[in-house]
Design a binder for this molecule. Sequence first.
Ligand code: MV4
Length: 671
Amino acid sequence: MFDKILIANRGEIACRISRTCRHLGIRTVAVYSDPDRQALHVQACDEAWPIGPAPARESYLNAERILEVARRSGAQAIHPGYGFLSENAEFAQACADAGIVFIGPSPEAIRAMGSKSAAKAIMERAGVPLVPGDHGEDQCPDRLAQVAQEIGYPVLIKASAGGGGKGMRRVDHPEDFAAALEAARRESAAAFGDDRVLIEKYLIQPRHVEVQVFADTHGHVVHLFERDCSVQRRHQKVIEEAPAPGLDAIQRRQLGETAVAAARAIGYVGAGTVEFIMDGRGAFYFMEMNTRLQVEHPVTEMITGLDLVAWQLQVACGEPLPRNQEGIGFTGHAFEARIYAEDADRDFLPATGVIRHLRTPEASPHVRIDTGVGEGDEISVHYDPMIAKLVVWDQDRERALNRLRRALRSFIVVGTTTNVDFLARVAVHPDFRGARIDTSFIEAHRDALCPRPGALGPAPVVAAALHELLRVEQDSRDQAYHSGDPFSPWHATHGWQLNGDGYRALHFMDPSRDRDLQVEVHGHGEEYQLTWAGGTHRARGELQGDGHLHLQLDGIHLDAWVLEDGPRLTVVLDAETHTLVRHDPLAAGMDDEVKDGSLVAPMPGMVVTVHVGPGDRVAEGDPLMVLEAMKMEYVIHAFAPGEVEAVYYGEGDQVAEGATLLALHMEEEEQ
Ligand code: MV4
């Protein structure tokens, strides 16, 4: 077994790999970019080496620097994790050339699976079922149109060098085929430098079911059952589960054996994932093979009880697989929810920020949290905005899903926007609970999963008000205790006044509803009476130091979390997160975020397309500019009809959140 391994990654996967290495007594070398100097993965490893500035292409993708660190630190192997260099055949080759073991498949296997059409041709020869279609040997438009006719519409035109949904076009009618083919070719050439395409029968609302496979250097190949990853958004997995619901033993065995055949077909070594799409009848077809450990591997580990990173290290050492197929079973059901810094209510815009508070559910044999960030860490634009993976297991799907819901309720992040509420809404959705899932799930249930904020109920307002009132009481008690005159009436906080019943006013803003809340407080000993537009309510509570608030609202006992981040109060109640902002009348006038007539960047990113120039007339909703951040694109639209006065950034420019991008002279309102 290795003595020392360099982990060429960051965040949760780097922490996760270091855990297994520690269990196996293997020393670990971390690499870090400048902003990651204090990161958890650096603290988790035995030594840590700087590899460059923040941008990934100058740090975690800096193959030469990483190899140099491996040589100088004496690491015998490099584990790439996922993403970054994990599927880079040149890097795998460079490791081999440097006599350093690359924990993963051979460069040849990575290359073979890198081209969609080449992979499909190999799989076809191995008898792996493919979606009816053509793999693009002959790129003649007439030939491709004939293939589309033969397989029947709707068809899908896919870029051979594409992946992750990029360069795909659905065509429903023959008369649209030629134009769609041209457009798909142009897009593919622009995105991948290769305009070859393949044509397939379009499967309506398929499921994404993938099989974990493992192969060693002695010819043994096994599968570790399947995962269902159908709940995706823009080809980004959101919640994964194992095993796939609704499969019978025969389907499960067929899937596993087919995936093993696929791995054998390319002489695969190491951990791999064979991805299939499955139609409503349960027929499944090879989609692609990933030659790395997947983000969602923990759900497989939870149902099999196996450590897949340990297997990777053993295989890379030339050891045989620890189990044969008969020795691999599974029990129960597991889910993984990916907790991201993103705003589900703003089309999943990536969010950034510093994590002020991070509260996670208690870990147990049922609940596992893989994370690479802690309080004080920044979620930046440079890397994937993943905060953590919440993984749960129980004896069956129903119980596991209930655990997921409970765990999401006590997963609290303050300091950046997260998708936790969105995940909780997926977990409670009746179709998800009923395992009525496919790749269209999120779009099909968008309104339920990303509801417009409803009316703000009394509980979050009462929780915020009690937090303020109890904090004032606590501070006054502290002051009285430390003052020379603890019983002075100046320390009283119950609002009593000489003539009449004292009362105070609390002023909050509710930014998601653009509302002001004036709460009138009548304090009577332990109990308060709170009045605002939401009515009058009796309230009392006990505030713990960590923000946990046990409250009684009109006699009903509730538990809430109220966490402060400057003037912002994050109130978490019954799996819903509310942000209220304490209004400080002394604070300088809040500048409007959007200066009239100008459009600001909603997030940091890079300008990829500018559609307009000064003098152009635009209608409301016209696309003006496209920004890219975290591998996704966001269109900036005209918020009103008018004329473009100025464009302040061009294609390729980096912009900070809040940067003014364009100035728009709005048409005068009709009188
Ligand atoms: C398909 C398909 C329907 N029919 N192929 C999306 C990206 C890549 N993984 C392949 N994808 C698809 N290929 C045929 N012939 C539907 C998808 C698809 C999809 C597949 C898996 C997971 C999520 C998806 C979301 C949209 C479309």
